[in-house]
Each structure stands twice: as C-alpha cells, then as structure tokens.
Design a protein around this ligand. Sequence first.
Ligand code: MF3
Ligand code: CO
Length: 255
Amino acid sequence: MVVLKSETEIATMREAGRIVANTLAAVAAAARVGVRLIDLDELAAGLIASGGAKPSFLNYHPSWAPTPYPGVLCLSVNDNIVHGIPDRRVLAEGDLLSIDCGAYVDGYHGDAAITVAVGAIDEAARRLADTTNRALAAGIAAARVGARIGDISHAVETVGREAGYGLPDGLGGHGVGTAMHEAPSVPNTGRADQGMALAEGLVIAIEPMLLEGGSSRCRTLADGWTIATADGSRAAHAEHTIAITAAGPVILTAP
Ligand code: MF3
Ligand code: CO
C-alpha cells in the first residue's frame, strides 16, 4: 500500500533527514586511512542519538535477511555495493567507500547514502562516483507530480548506461515513511511513462548503484547481508529521501 504524507509528516521526515545528512557528513570526514569501519559506525551511533533520533538500520530484519542487521550504518568498500556490515576492517588509501545511513524521529525515517574517497582515488573511481551522483540528480529531477515511477528509473538508468556502467538487477529505491522500506519500489532501470503515477505527498528514496565493470550481476556474501559485484569491479552508491510536492521534488536528506 502506498501512503501519501501530509505536510506535517514531511516536516518530521525532514528532521530525520537532517540528522542523517549531518551524520553522513561527519562520517565522510572521519573516513581516513587507518580508520576501522566499526569506528565509523560508533561515530554515527553517537551523532544520531545526540540528535534525538534513533538508527533505522540497527536490528532491522527484513524477510530476505538471515539475521537482524547488526550495524547503524551500511559501509560498503570497493566491490561491495550495498549493505556492507561495519567490522574491524581498516580503510586503506584509494578505497571507495559507500556510507548508507538511516534514522527516525517520531517514528518517521530518513535514508541516504554517499560514496566517498579514502585518501586519493584513481580517475576511474572518481568518474564512477561522480556519475552515480549525476544519476541520482537525474532521478530526483524526474520525480514530479504527473510523472511516473518509470520516469525516475529511466533517468537513473540512462545516466548509468551512457557512462558504460552496470546497474544491479533487483536493487533500487523504495517508499519511506513509518517503515524504512515501503511501497512503491523505485527500480534503477525501467521505461519512461510506465508504472505508478507520482502524486503530491509521495516520499521515496532514490538510490542508484553503478558497477564499474558494466555487468549487472551481483552476489551476496556469506554474512547474508553484503551485496558485492560478481566480477569484483568496484561499485558506487548514492541515495536521497525526497518528497514530491506541488513545487517539485524536495530533498529531505539534504544538510
Ligand atoms: N539504503 C539501504 C536500502 O534501502 C538501507 C538498507 S538498511 C539495512 O536498502 F538495514 F537493510 F541494511
Ligand atoms: Co534505501
């Protein structure tokens, strides 16, 4: 069921989104060579709590996962695409790190992700991350009253494919509200002018993931959560939670 949100609900989601954005910025600044992934997770836990919010991901247990999610953030390095679990691994020069964060305020969630460089990254990694940001921007620009879900999917896919990247099958965005994952799903591939019509009050997360190798194939690691590229090439991920309003898309997870 698709639930449209009132202005009041969207204002609460903006608060959750602000905390998510601030947390992402702080974690990005802390993501330096020699830092452990669990250190970043601990930093995020503290910031979300001190903002008066609660982490959305911790203990989240969707039907497809074998265990409740054990972290506050998802931290996905290099060939890990999404849902990487923070552990004692240490960041190294040149790593490409996706930081995904969710938090809720008064029961309403915000969900966003960025991909950042650890130290200096090579030109190919820079282009991958930049293109992922462009795909997100194109998806957001398509999220207007009167358009359809497929217009968002098509916009994201076009940016990714024109750059030669793969888009993983079955991974995409989603509605956001009192649950972190709500209807509708927002695929990263699809045809323009298809799917559900976008109405005022719809709140969705748009989250392109682009795979450097050009293949769309991925695999789930033994931890049951982490999704990695099948070919070992790197991935980048970017996400915002947005509200569709009469005045156009509003990014709720902006700083
Ligand atoms: N942005 C990610 C998604 O929508 C967040 C996943 S949280 C997790 O899939 F707990 F499921 F890992
Ligand atoms: Co999401």
